[in-house]
Every structure is written in structure tokens, then in C-alpha cells.
Design a protein around this ligand. Structure first.
Ligand code: SF4
Ligand code: FES
Length: 277
């Protein structure tokens, strides 16, 4: 049977190259590749590396939009190389550069380490006042679907840095904490199991934090996981203002704690086999 051949596209790929050990400044290198429908930007880069230039530097791991390591500027917009179809962006010219607002390790590889340093600073983990219970838990901490919904969207962040690269405040204020760490501060502040929100509020209300965000919302526009950091930052502003005027209702103590271990019903035994094994 005759197979239908896929249409081929000749794409010119402009890759920003920079080796800090050799180059005084970044330069542009041009490659031409032939692609078909279905090829991602990461596939295009691997094609260049395998067939034309093994020295091109870029980072990837999962190839499925989960690890967050392949973030780069794709035709001027931050995004994931593994999650972006070339033909969704262009049928002729593709321009690739490292994420802005980060220093460059090499070629398309941005240095995300400072971002993770800031993330650590906002204490992105659950902390409880009942330390003994946290160390030696006797029960589960249940949440209602509504309590889960309050922060669920913000847990989808894969720390790719695209929002940080798109943020105009990051571009002008090098000390700004940035949309990703601020969103994670909100994610944990909103978790009904956490007791460290006051400490995080101190951090996010300081200079170079949420009140420096002027809601360009570019972070939400580029986020490949639909996290909506701009929304998290505005909700944090609202929370702080309501608290300042004493209009915030006190959080209920952990009313949704589950039954203690001793209250659990005994395990149901599996029924015996009814056929010979
Ligand atoms: S909020 Fe979105 S764009 Fe920002 S680091 Fe997380 S996944 Fe990436
Ligand atoms: S390679 Fe993991 S998100 Fe792209």
C-alpha cells in the first residue's frame, strides 16, 4: 500500500552561542535543517547536534514537560523546548537563546542556581507547630476538596524559570524574588496543614518582593503548566492588605485531622482463591 509522505520544511535555526571561557560576548550561529510535522524544538536541537555540530550546548532530561530543564527563549518567548512544536512557532526561521534574566552557563543553558537559592529562602515545605506530631505522626491530616483546590494549581510548577525570564520586574530589579519563588510561598501559605505562613509573609512583604510586582502578568502568559504566578502574587497582596486592616478571618485550627491510627478499622483480608492455582 502506498504510504503518504509527510510534507518537509526547511528551517533556518539561529542559535545563540556563548562559551564564557572563550567568547567575549554571545554570538549567533546559523544551521539549516529539514523537519516534518511533529518535531519539537528539542528534537531540532538534537538533530543539529547529531548531524551538524556536536558542540551546541543545551539542557534537557525528561523530554515530556516534567523536569523543567529545557527552558529557553524560542522565537523571543520563554518556553520548554521539549513541549514546543517547531511548526507551531514557524515554518521558516527559528531563533533560540538562553532564558533572559539569568546568567549564561553556555550557549542555551541558563544558570538557574540563584533561582533555587531564592526558592529555598521562602521555605517551600510544610512546617507545623506540633513538631512532635510532625516527627512521629499518629494520624493523617485530612483536607477538604476546597482546601486542596486553594493551592493545587500552584503545585504544578516544574521550576523551569520561564516566568522569571518573562518578568519585566526581574529585568529591572536584580534583587526581586521573582514569580516562581513567590508563587511557591503562596502555595505553602495556603496549605491548611502548614503553620509557617507568618514567617513567609515577612519575606514576601519585604523590599524586592510582591509589592514590586506591577502585574504585567507575562509570567502567567508564558507558564507552560498553567500555574498563573501573577494570580498567586495578587492573592498574596490581598491577604497582606486584609491582614493589615484586621479584616482577615483567623485560620481554623486543623479541624480536618483524620482518625488516629488506633481508630482505623482492621484491614479487610483478601477472599480465598476459589480456583486451584
Ligand atoms: S510558574 Fe510556570 S513558568 Fe514559572 S517556573 Fe513554574 S512552571 Fe515554570
Ligand atoms: S526536557 Fe524536561 S521539561 Fe523539557
Amino acid at each position: 500500500m502506498e504510504t503518504k509522505t509527510q510534507k518537509k520544511y526547511n528551517i533556518t535555526v539561529y542559535v545563540r552561542r556563548f562559551d564564557p571561557d572563550k567568547d567575549a560576548a554571545p554570538r549567533q550561529q546559523q544551521y539549516t535543517i529539514q523537519i516534518e510535522k511533529g518535531l519539537t524544538v528539542l528534537d531540532a536541537l538534537n538533530l543539529i547536534k547529531q548531524t551538524q555540530d556536536p558542540t551546541v550546548g543545551f539542557r534537557f532530561s525528561c523530554r515530556m514537560g516534567v523536569c523543567g530543564s529545557c527552558g529557553m527563549l524560542i522565537n523571543g518567548k520563554p518556553g520548554l523546548a521539549c513541549n514546543t512544536q517547531v511548526l507551531d512557532v514557524t515554518e521558516s526561521a527559528l531563533t533560540l537563546a538562553p532564558l533572559p534574566n539569568f546568567s549564561i552557563i553556555r550557549d542555551l543553558v541558563a544558570d538557574l542556581v540563584p533561582m533555587f537559592g531564592v526558592l529555598t529562602g521562602v521555605q517551600p515545605y510544610i512546617q507545623r507547630s506540633d513538631v512532635e506530631e510532625m516527627e512521629n505522626p499518629t494520624r493523617e491530616y485530612f483536607q477538604t476538596p476546597h482546601q486542596l483546590e486553594e493551592f493545587l494549581q500552584f503545585t504544578y510548577c516544574i521550576k523551569c524559570g520561564s516566568c522569571m525570564a518573562a518578568c519585566p520586574t526581574m529585568a529591572t530589579d536584580k534583587e526581586y524574588l521573582g514569580p516562581m519563588p513567590l508563587t511557591q510561598a503562596y502555595r505553602y501559605n495556603t496549605d491548611s496543614r502548614d503553620d509557617a505562613a507568618d514567617a513567609r509573609r515577612e519575606i514576601v512583604s519585604s523590599c524586592h518582593a510582591i509589592f514590586n510586582c506591577h502585574y504585567a502578568a507575562e509570567c502567567s502568559n508564558v507558564c507552560p503548566k498553567g500555574v498563573d504566578p501573577a494570580r498567586a502574587i495578587q492573592l498574596m497582596k490581598k491577604d497582606l492588605v486584609l491582614r493589615y486592616f484586621g479584616l482577615r478571618k483567623k485560620k481554623c485550627a486543623h479541624v480536618h485531622e483524620g482518625p488516629s491510627q488506633s481508630d482505623y478499622k482492621p484491614k479487610i483480608e483478601a477472599p480465598p482463591f476459589t480456583v486451584d492455582q
